[in-house]
Design a protein. Sequence first.
Length: 152
Amino acid sequence: MCLYISTKFHHSVNEEYRAKKVGKNPLLVWKLLEYNEDIRGYATPYQYLPITFKNGMKVVNGVGFSPVVKKPYTAVNEGVHAYRTKDRAINATIEALANRWEFVRFPAIIPSGERYFIGKDGDIVASQMIIFKSTVSLNKYLNGKETTTIDD
């Protein structure tokens, strides 16, 4: 998956885009996974990283990511990709069906202090993400702590 950096949210400094950091509240996002028959579980699309939920969540971290300048866009190919809003994740799921992919949406957060890039198509990429099996496990983890969202 490739994210094209949004100039609405990121400004170039000497043609170099800087990642933003999440403030004091985690950032709520939506991760798409696909069910993989070979592993009898979920995996990330494109990279096929197996996702096994433990206590209702899976932490994906230590993923490097840096922008690559490809005029006229700057793209990020690495990192943990997701969608900023549930509506955009739903639309991406519907679009994937046209290609015979079946994605399932999972709530996720980018933890406070993590770097991220915002994309042009409602997408977001981070170096760390916590994916939850359900909104129940997300709420249990947050224990009343507020989250932040980024609207289009």
